[in-house]
Design a protein around this ligand. Sequence first.
Ligand code: SF4
Length: 303
Amino acid sequence: CYHTKIITTSPKAKIAGAVHIEFDEHDALKSAREIVKTAIENFSNRKGNIYIPDEQTNQIAGFSHETINYLLGGLFRASYRPLNDNIINGRIRGVAGVVGCNNARVKHNEAHITMVKELIKNDVLVITTGCNAIACAEAGLMVPEAAREFAGKGLAEVCETVGIPPVLHMGSCVDNSRILMAATAMVKDGGLGDDISDLPVAGAAPEWMSEKAISIGQYFVGSGVFTVFGVTWPTLGSKEVTEFLFKDFEDMYGGMWAFEPDPIKAAQLMIAHIDKKRKVLGIDKARERVLYDMEMRRELDAV
Ligand code: SF4
C-alpha cells in the first residue's frame, strides 16, 4: 500500500518481483546514488496514512577496530591498552557485544534498549552492530553525553575522558567479525588472559529473527564468548540438545549459548558471566587508588 520497492543488490540473492540494482564495490557511490534516486522518485507514491515523527537524535558511528585503537591510544601509540587497563582497574566492568535483528513477535526495539541501558548502567561498555545499533541511536545512546546520563560512574568517567559514547557502533550486522577482532586485540594487549574465553565479555541478540543471527552467534560461542539470545529458542523441545548447547559447549569452546527473553534478566546473566571471568582473572575487586603524600613516601623509603 506504500508502493515500497524491494531492491536487491547481490547477484546471489535476487528476489522475484524485486528491482535489482547490482552493487559495484569498485564504485559504491554510484550504486548508492542509484538506490537513493529510486527511493526519491518513489516518494510521491506514498500518500495517505503516513506518519513521520518530528523527533530527531544525533549519533556518532564508525567505530571500526582501527578507529577504537586510534581513539584509545592516539595516532602514534594506537592500542587497546587504555581499555584493558580500565577493565583491570574496574572502572569498566567488561565489554558486551549486543547485536542483531528486530523481531515482529516483540515490541520494536524494547528488548534492545532495555538490555543496553542495563549493561551500561552496570559499567559494561557496549559494542554494537546492525539493527541493535539503529535502536541505540534512536534512543540517544550513541553520543558522548549519553555516558553521563545513562552509564555507571566508572564507565562514564572513561567515556568522558576519551570522548566516546558508552555504546559504540561498529557497523552493519555483517561486520560482527570486527567485534571479535576487538576481542582478539584485547587478548593480545595482555593482562586479561590468554584466550577470548578468558575475557570479561559477553554477547547477545535480544530480538534476533534471522538464521544468520544463529550462525553469527555460533561464531561468537565457538570463539569462546558466552552468548544469550531472546524471543524464542529453537532447541527447547529437546532437553539433551539444549543442555549440550547451554552447558557442554563451555568445556569444548569456553563459550556457550543461553536463552532469556526478559532483557533485564538476560543482561544480568551477561554481567554474572563477566563477573565470573573477572574473578578467575583476579580482578574482581577494583584496585583502590591511593594518592601518596610526602610523609607516606618517606615511610615507604624507610622500609
Ligand atoms: S539480519 Fe541484520 S539487517 Fe536484517 S534484521 Fe537482522 S540485524 Fe537487521
